[in-house]
Ligand binder design. Structure first.
Ligand SMILES: [Zn+2]
Length: 232
């Protein structure tokens, strides 16, 4: 593995005890995740854990109409598929790759190692933290303005991918926020004119991070702190 696919690039893996991480290391397989790939379908039995490094994955609820609602996004601070750690674990969400990039995969067959207990404890704490984030996102979409939510999402995306130029589409941001694409375009345009972000050729760059934090609602810092507490 090169330094870009080192397990410690994922903050959750990095927080495991040294001996646990060492025991898992040979089972972690680097993969490239393409945008638009479904990692798990809703209610599907899961046979692997995915630890994003530079990719970002949306966890979605899918309605009978086919419409999907995003709850939370997972990147290098988390994992996808933690219900695989239970017997007969099924995915509560559809897991859809939104930002392409690298990840590490741990097959279910390799869970029964000395590291499994450490990983299960971490997954339990992580799943509670994800509930916290999903609750915050639901309250945010009901109460805060679109422009604030676009700012919050872009800041989260930078934290979750660790990338300066993030390849995303405005359709993705619209899905993320549950609003019309045109509404996102207008909000993103205002942030760009204010000199906070630059969007071109499907990539977004945060130019003024402090300014963008100022343009976000309280939810960005609340989410970041909830995540940081997991690693205290
Ligand atoms: Zn908010």
């Amino acid at each position: 593995m090169d330094e870009n696919t080192a397990p410690r690039e994922n903050r959750l893996l990095a927080s495991l005890a040294e001996a646990d991480l060492h025991a898992l290391r040979s089972s972690l397989r680097p993969v490239t995740l393409d945008s638009g790939t479904t990692l798990f379908e809703q209610d599907e039995r899961i046979d692997q854990l995915v630890f994003p490094l530079t990719a970002a994955v949306s966890l979605l609820t899918v309605l009978e109409s086919g419409d999907a609602h995003e709850h939370v996004m997972v990147g290098r601070t988390g994992m996808v598929g933690f219900s695989a750690l239970l017997e007969d674990g099924r995915s509560p969400f559809r897991a859809l790759v939104q930002v392409p990039g690298q990840a590490l995969v741990l097959p279910r067959a390799d869970f029964h190692s000395a590291a499994a207990d450490g990983l299960r404890q971490l997954a339990a704490r992580y799943s509670i933290m994800l509930l916290r984030l999903a609750g915050q996102a639901a309250a945010c979409s009901a109460n805060h303005r679109v422009e604030e939510r676009v700012a919050r999402s872009l800041l989260r995306l930078e934290d979750l991918t660790g990338r300066d130029a993030i390849p995303i589409t405005q359709e993705f941001i619209a899905l993320l926020l549950g609003v019309q694409r045109q509404t996102v375009t207008l909000a993103a345009g205002r942030l760009q004119r204010a000199g906070l972000v630059q969007y071109s050729r499907g990539r977004i760059v945060i130019v003024d991070r402090d300014g963008l934090e100022g343009a976000s609602c309280e939810c960005y810092l609340t989410m970041r702190r909830a995540e940081d507490r997991l690693f205290d």
